[in-house]
Write a new protein. Structure first.
Length: 494
């Protein structure tokens, strides 16, 4: 160094910011939660309400933001709490889980690396195609604290890769754990947000406080945590990318807790449902947004009241073909009945015009069809075997008893979101929440209610917001309401 050089003023050139392409990804509408892609850690003891918060994040705050959601959880196939998320993935996101694996009960490092590599390639191709909005995914790792493979200390695990570089590939990764100390440094350092419930282990609490003392003092942080978890199921939310010096206002912290858990419902919850207000589907198979999250920690009695729907069902809704077997030729033949609502007399007239002379006997509720000794009309059971069994004959006639022009004697209201009834058994399935008897005929308004002594006991905890309803026959086939609406009131007494 030359003498006197230290006396000269050192001039550093200005840092030049070079333009780079800008890309967008879907973002949550909620201003409180972390922007995507986001990495986060949920720290919780058992029975704290963590599952409710996770489900609410996926189905509400971040609904519609991800093109794929991958769930890694030991309880994914045994915990009914995951049912709403599975329904959302399979029915709303239209993911065929028989062909594409998105649920992982065991920790699968190789599968996770394949997911990362696939998403990396998708992101690269999207940028090469100059797409402005990028495809993003969520990887949720829930409660693998006892898996030694998950918490490698070498820094080269798939989970480390997700927290260090996943955001570049538009991957959001959330990890829930009961043991912060078991998670690697790479994961903890690169977490963008923390959600912390009341901790029962002082070592875990001290570990968390030490992790975050760069933000505020340990004493202040501990006071914040105690205040945040004062009420049952509440938690401390820390968003580390919040601008320096800007703490999340109390009103927003409270809003996040309210949105993740819903307002506290006192004993009785009533949800009015009208298919005209659906967010997706048809009048007889639709998704409904209740407007806010309903959370019931315990079990509840379920009733369905004020059911109102028009009987729009035609005689031909369950079939339009008349089949018969020509014994001499050994052939199966058919004629198609025009779509419509038929009376017994009108049906007999059509059979007479298209097959053989037929009459309806009202006193016996029978349809008699002339039999020529060769052509035999097949009923459903005979049609399945394509060979006629016993035929009720009276002389030279085939006689069909108990003629019913209505296609359905009853229809069933189903809701898979509530399909966890504790005391419901039987061949029709567990998702039936109401039965509607069809007894007046097409054009009439059908009304029904749950009898007060026959309310269904639904197991908790229950989290409701987006509900899927179907109106079906006894074989689970969705019925056709022909543009008319279905309305009813759900009543939960918890």
């Amino acid at each position: 160094m030359l003498p006197g050089a230290l006396d000269k003023k050192t001039v550093i050139g200005k840092i030049k910011v070079f333009p780079t392409p800008e890309y967008k990804s879907k973002q949550p509408h909620d201003a409180v939660v972390a922007q995507l892609p986001a990495t986060g850690i949920l720290l919780w003891p058992s029975k704290s309400g963590k599952a409710v918060a996770l489900i609410s994040m996926i189905l509400e705050q971040y609904r519609g933001c991800f093109e794929r959601i991958y769930l890694f959880s030991p309880s994914i196939n045994v915990d009914d709490g995951w049912r709403p998320v599975k329904q959302y993935i399979e029915e709303t996101m239209k993911v065929n889980t028989d062909k594409e694996q998105v649920y992982f009960e065991n920790w699968d490092e190789a599968a996770l690396r394949r997911i990362i590599d696939q998403q990396r390639k998708i992101t690269q191709v999207s940028k090469q195609m100059k797409m402005k909005q990028l495809y993003q995914i969520l990887i949720l790792v829930d409660d693998f604290a006892d898996s030694p493979n998950l918490h490698k200390r070498t820094g080269d695990s798939a989970l480390d890769t997700l927290f260090v570089r996943g955001r570049h590939f538009q991957i959001s990764t959330w990890v829930s754990t009961q043991k912060l100390c078991l998670i690697s440094n790479a994961v903890r350092v690169n977490a963008q947000f923390f959600m912390v419930w009341r901790l029962r282990n002082q070592l875990e609490k001290d570990s968390l406080l030490e992790e975050l003392t760069a933000l505020v003092s340990k004493k202040q942080l501990e006071a914040m945590h105690e205040e945040a978890v004062r009420e049952p199921y509440s938690f401390l939310y820390i968003y580390l990318l919040q601008a320096a010096g800007r703490d999340v206002p109390h009103s927003l912290r409270q809003a996040l807790s309210d949105r993740l858990f819903g307002r506290k419902k006192k004993n009785i919850t009533t949800i009015w449902v009208d298919s005209r207000k659906r967010v997706a589907g048809t009048d007889s198979d639709f998704e409904f947004d209740s407007g806010e999250t309903v959370h019931l920690q315990g079990s509840a009695k379920l009733g369905v009241f004020k059911i109102r729907v028009a009987d729009t069902f035609l005689s031909t809704d369950r079939g339009t073909y008349l089949y018969w077997r020509d014994t001499a030729l050994g052939t199966l033949n058919w004629a198609q009945l025009p779509t419509g609502a038929y009376t017994e007399v009108r049906l007999a007239a059509w059979v007479s015009s298209n097959f053989a002379a037929a009459t309806y006997v009202e006193s016996r509720n029978e349809l008699k069809v002339a039999y020529d000794g060769n052509r035999l009309i097949l009923n459903d059971q005979e049609l399945r075997t394509q060979f006629p069994g016993f035929i009720n004959e009276a002389g030279n006639q085939q006689v069909f008893t108990f003629v019913q022009m209505q296609p359905y004697s009853a229809i069933y209201l189903r809701c898979s979101s509530l399909a966890n009834a504790a005391e419901t058994v039987g061949p029709l399935g567990h998702d039936i929440i109401a039965k509607i008897v069809c007894k007046q005929g097409v054009g009439h308004i059908m009304e029904a209610d749950t009898h007060e002594n026959h309310m269904v006991n639904v197991r908790g905890p229950i989290t409701l917001r987006y509900l899927r309803f179907k109106l079906t026959d006894y074989e689970s086939n969705v019925v056709n309401l022909r543009g008319t609406s279905l309305s009813f009131c759900l009543y939960l007494d918890g």
